[in-house]
Design a protein around this ligand. Structure first.
Ligand code: BEZ
Length: 221
C-alpha cells in the first residue's frame, strides 16, 4: 500500500515533544508547517541538519511556516541533543519542537520509515523525510532522502516559496526549473490565453517552440 503522499491528510497524531504534548493538526493551525524526520539523535548528519534548520527558522517564520522535527529517540534524549546542536552552530537557538517517537508508530503513519537503516536491535530508523503541510492539513510536497544525504535548506525554502506563489495565484501559475523568488513563473496549462490576459495585466511571453502549441508562457508574479 502506498504511504502518505501529496493530497493526503496528515494523520492527526498526538506526541510528546521538547515543547510539550503536540497534536499535529492543532500545531499546523491555519498556516503551513514543515514536519521533518531524522534517523536518530546524536548522529552527525542529523546534527548538521537540525542546526541548519535552526538557522533558517526566522525565514520560515516570516512566511508563516511552522517547523516541527521528529526523531525516534525520547524527549530527554532530544533535550540533551539540542545542547550539541546549539553548540555546533554558535548563536543559534533551536526554537522549534522536536517530537519523540520511541516506539516508531508515528514514523510509520507519517511514511517516514527507512527500511535500509536499522538500529542496534534491528528496528528500522526514520528516513530524512520532510512534508510541507498546508492549512487544509494535506501534504503539499514531500522530500524523501536516505540517511547518507543531508537536506539542503535553501531548497526547502525555495519549495515553500514556490508553493506559496502557486497558492497566491490560486494554482493558475507554477514555477519552472531552478526558479527562485523574483523570477518569472509559468502559466498553468488549464489557463487559456484569453483568461491569462485578464489575470496578468502585465501580459505574458510565449516561448516559440517547434510544436507551435504555445504552452510555455512566462509571466511576472
Ligand atoms: C547521520 O545523521 O549522520 C546518520 C544517521 C543514521 C545513519 C547514518 C548517518
Amino acid at each position: 500500500m502506498p504511504g502518505l503522499t501529496i493530497g493526503d491528510t496528515i494523520p492527526n497524531l498526538e506526541l510528546d515533544s521538547t515543547q510539550g504534548r503536540i497534536r499535529i493538526h492543532d500545531f499546523v493551525g491555519d498556516g503551513y508547517a514543515i514536519i521533518f524526520s531524522h534517523p536518530a539523535d546524536f548522529t552527525p548528519v542529523c546534527t548538521t541538519e537540525m542546526a541548519a534548520m535552526a538557522g533558517y527558522a526566522e525565514e520560515f517564520k516570516k512566511r508563516g511556516v511552522k517547523l516541527l522535527g521528529i526523531s525516534c529517540d525520547d524527549v530527554a534524549s532530544h533535550k540533551e541533543w539540542i545542547k550539541d546542536i546549539e553548540a555546533f552552530r554558535p548563536g543559534a537557538k533551536l526554537t522549534y519542537p522536536i517530537m519523540a517517537d520511541p516506539d516508531r508508530k508515528a514514523i510509520r503513519e507519517l511514511n517516514m520509515v527507512d527500511p535500509d537503516e536499522k538500529d542496534a536491535r534491528g528496528v528500522s530508523l526514520p528516513s530524512r523525510t520532510l512534508h510541507i503541510i498546508g492549512p487544509d492539513k494535506t501534504v503539499k510536497l514531500s522530500f524523501l532522502y536516505p540517511a547518507c544525504t543531508g537536506r539542503n535548506m535553501d531548497e526547502v525554502l525555495r519549495a515553500v516559496d514556490s508553493l506559496l506563489t502557486a497558492a497566491r495565484h490560486k494554482g493558475k501559475v507554477a514555477t519552472p526549473a531552478n526558479w527562485k523568488p523574483g523570477d518569472r513563473a509559468v502559466i498553468g496549462p488549464s489557463v487559456s490565453d484569453e483568461e491569462a490576459r485578464k489575470l496578468f495585466p502585465d501580459g505574458f511571453e510565449t516561448a516559440d517552440l517547434p510544436s507551435k502549441k504555445g504552452y510555455l508562457r512566462f509571466t511576472k508574479v
